[in-house]
Design a protein around this ligand. Structure first.
Ligand code: CU
Ligand code: ZN
Length: 174
């Protein structure tokens, strides 16, 4: 991690900060399919004031709605991605929808794929309960990002009953 920071600093020094656009992505998760699945893509996290813009572009999904969450561990090593643990929940709240105040910090709701299995989602979430700093209990950096087989019902505790994990990625600072 220290090596990475030094590398980033030298890029800034060489380019005179021009590559560091405040509206560009500050963190990215490259989503890879779990065993037997085809879902993949990229999810970018862009800081806009006190909001975080989540920009997800996925392919290879079954058509329809799929639960979409930040999970507590940035570990996609298990074939079914269960290694990513449960939902990221830095404030100790119940599971809910991204529209509710009472929800896990990692509850991003659902992402919906079209008939071709393609899904694009742009949403903003407040940076009050989570952040994108390099470390700290509320940071999403180094956490897992999961797309599920089934829709999140926003009610079932603590998972939203979203079923199996189709794709997994680790949220990494750019
Ligand atoms: Cu999940
Ligand atoms: Zn949750």
């Amino acid at each position: 991690m220290k090596k990475l920071s030094i590398a980033l600093l030298s890029v800034v020094a060489i380019s005179g900060c021009s590559t560091f656009n405040s509206s560009g992505p500050i963190a990215v998760a490259n989503m890879e399919p779990t065993q037997g699945n085809k879902a993949q893509g990229t999810v970018s996290f862009i800081k806009k004031g006190d909001q975080l813009l989540v920009d997800a572009r996925l392919t290879g999904l079954p058509p329809g709605a799929h639960g979409f969450h930040i999970h507590e561990k940035g570990d996609c090593s298990a074939p079914d991605a269960m290694s990513a643990g449960g939902h990221f929940n830095p404030t100790g709240k119940p599971h809910g929808s991204p529209m509710q105040a009472e929800r896990h910090g990692g509850d991003l709701g659902n992402i919906t794929a079209d008939a071709n299995g393609k899904a694009e989602l742009q949403m903003t979430i407040p940076l009050s309960e989570i952040d994108v700093s390099k470390s700290g209990a509320s940071s999403i950096v180094g956490k897992g990002l999961i797309v599920h087989a089934d829709p999140d019902d926003y009610r079932t505790q603590p998972t939203g009953n979203a079923g199996k994990r189709l794709a997994c990625g680790v949220i990494t600072l750019r």
